[in-house]
Design a protein around this ligand. Structure first.
Ligand code: AMP
Length: 295
């Protein structure tokens, strides 16, 4: 698609342009640059919800144009994870994007993103040593690879990621800094539903009974944060939270942790430094993650 075609399509109305090739995205970016416009980028795996849309809205407030991507990235899923059943809802995603905030959607096939097996790995140490790192081996390598590729393709001034995936956000900040990528990484607050459950594409897996149970996760994390700030030891709070989660009906707990928000290293006592309570739990066939700040 030529730059001219891209721009005239962009002007046509609220419906976003759908770009499926790297060349089309490069043309789109070049056309914006030629107009002196800045671009914000929101990578997603689709099955869009209000959490995703809040990121796009933030992008619209920070840049002249917003592009999102919809790509279920195979390299960040483990062999026994939910890649094949991950919700793919292209038609309703496009409808949700027709609210005017998003000008273009990059929706590549797997063959566009991975035309051959990549020989390059981007591995971030330190931040990935705990939490989801050991439980999902290779996950953050897959995230780092796909986000690097997407950032190189889109070349935005700003890229926006949710605090919902807090460890992912910190990993992305780290490799963007380490690799001198000239992109501002913006973290956006977690959008929750009326019951406080963090919105997630994976919430679609929950049965009605499981949903009831799931809503207690955020309540328990807020309680942990509150008591930690009041001086209770982390280990005591974590043990109590795990027992409560299991008592309520969660099947298994990958972790409940209290960490320094920057280093993601465990904290035992509140020191006034930025702290974060993070958890990953299993409910039926669904794995849920959530985290909140200790304020
Ligand atoms: P995903 O499609 O799950 O890969 O998410 C795409 C982006 O949306 C990531 O940066 C997520 O952190 C972010 N995101 C997911 N859920 C939420 C939420 N409830 N609130 C804010 N951002 C979110």
């Amino acid at each position: 698609m030529s730059s001219k075609a891209t721009l005239s399509a962009e002007k046509q109305g609220a419906k976003p342009l759908v770009l499926t090739t790297i060349e089309a995205v490069r043309d789109y970016r070049a056309a914006l640059t030629a107009q002196g416009k800045t671009l914000a980028f929101v990578p997603t795996m689709g099955a869009l919800h209000e959490g995703h849309l809040s990121l796009m809205q933030l992008g619209a407030a920070k840049a002249d144009a917003v592009i999102c991507s919809i790509f279920v990235n195979p390299t960040q899923f483990g062999p026994n994870e939910d890649y094949s059943r991950y919700p793919r809802t292209w038609d309703s995603d496009l409808q949700k994007l027709a609210d005017g905030h998003v000008h273009a959607v990059f929706a590549p096939d797997e063959t566009v993103m991975y035309p051959e097996k990549n020989a390059t790995t981007i591995q971030v140490s330190g931040l990935t040593s705990g939490l989801c790192g050991p439980i999902r081996p290779g996950h953050f390598d897959g995230v780092a690879l796909v986000v690097t590729k997407l950032l190189n393709i889109v070349q935005p001034e700003i890229a926006i990621f949710g605090e919902k995936d807090f460890q992912q956000l910190q990993v992305i900040r780290q490799f963007v800094r380490d690799l001198n990528m000239n992109i501002e990484i913006v973290g956006a607050p977690t959008m929750r539903d009326a019951h406080g459950l963090a919105m997630s594409s994976r919430n679609a897996y929950l049965t009605a009974d499981e949903y009831e149970i799931a809503t207690s996760l955020n309540r328990i994390l807020y309680k942990v944060a509150d008591n930690f700030r009041k001086g209770v030891n982390a280990s005591q709070l974590i043990d109590a939270a795990k027992a409560e989660l299991i008592g309520i009906g969660f099947n298994a707990i990958d972790y409940v942790a209290i960490c320094n928000a920057d280093t993601l290293q465990p904290m035992e006592q509140y020191t006034g430094d930025k702290a974060r309570v993070l958890a990953a739990v299993h409910l039926g066939k669904t794995r849920l993650i959530d985290n909140i700040a200790v304020l």
